[in-house]
Design a protein around this ligand. Structure first.
Ligand code: SF4
Ligand code: SF4
Ligand code: FES
Length: 259
């Protein structure tokens, strides 16, 4: 029988409350933050933090930094660039996978719910374990194959039209917001490559300088690796960089059909 509830040990319990003010002002915000520490041998919990947004920058990542710096240094989350280019701070904010550094606090009305990217094992708090996803990324050989064909001592040039084919693909920052919003990836992620990896697979298939197109397509022509995509479009709707992984997947299928 299908199990609809989370297993007992994964159910989220009521957490601690930090910094509750005696009186709330217009700049007081409440954050509900998922906490999990494997060392505690306890269920995950949802902690409540009260912050004054006068003390931090405008983004959700600024609020998390404030919590870590001033309230609870044990809170774990990834971050690096704080401007939407490294992909580290991907998490589920207010029900949507996005980048904490690009999500303004003022866009969220009421308490702010923050969880790790869904359907991934959790290392600690808001840090998902991306080991499997990165193995899948490595499996598509995400680098150029043009052995022996590059002109010695010169750049390998592309026409403007050839270069334009990479637009909408090279911008991917591997945040995995898309893959972790994809129902097919939730249920078949052990074999289905998911939208982030498939968009990157297409990035190399579409590159005029790459000579492994046929080999790449043959490898992807698989009921699970590629054809588990059912064009539900969650991936495209959630991408914080405005990319369209579903279209890249459709393009891969078309390329395979062309033979
Ligand atoms: S379009 Fe494909 S990859 Fe995107 S969410 Fe749907 S099933 Fe997943
Ligand atoms: S396609 Fe978009 S959501 Fe998916 S990994 Fe790349 S940047 Fe992130
Ligand atoms: S910190 Fe780099 S994308 Fe958010």
């Amino acid at each position: 029988m299908v199990q609809l509830r989370l297993p007992q040990e994964s159910r989220i319990t009521k957490g601690k409350v930090f910094n509750k003010p005696n009186t709330k002002t217009d700049t007081t915000r409440t954050l509900f933050v998922y906490r999990y520490n494997p060392d505690d041998k306890a269920n995950p919990r949802l902690d409540t933090f009260y912050i004054d947004t006068q003390n931090c920058g405008p983004m959700v990542l600024d609020a998390l930094n404030l919590i870590k710096d001033d309230i609870d240094p044990s809170l774990a989350f990834r971050k690096s660039c704080r401007e939407g280019v490294c992909g580290s701070c991907a998490m589920n904010i207010d029900g949507t996978n996005t980048l904490a550094c690009l999500k303004p606090l003022h866009e969220i009305k009421g308490p702010i719910n923050i969880y790790p990217l869904p359907h991934m094992p959790v290392v600690k708090d808001l840090v998902p374990d991306l080991t499997h996803t990165y193995k899948q990324y490595a499996a598509i050989k995400p680098y150029i194959h043009n052995e022996g064909s590059a002109p010695a001592g010169h750049e390998q040039l592309q026409t403007h039209t050839e270069r334009e084919k990479l637009d909408g693909l090279w911008e991917c920052i591997l945040c995995f917001c898309c893959s972790t919003s994809c129902p097919s990836y939730w249920w078949n992620g052990d074999e289905y490559l998911g939208p982030a990896v498939l968009l990157n697979a297409y990035r190399w298939v579409a590159d005029s300088r790459d000579h492994a197109k046929q080999e790449r397509l043959e490898d992807l022509d698989d009921a699970f690796k590629l054809y588990r995509c059912h064009t539900i479009l969650n991936c495209t709707n959630t991408c914080p960089k405005g990319l369209n992984p579903a279209k890249a997947i459709a393009n891969l299928k078309q390329e395979i059909e062309k033979g």
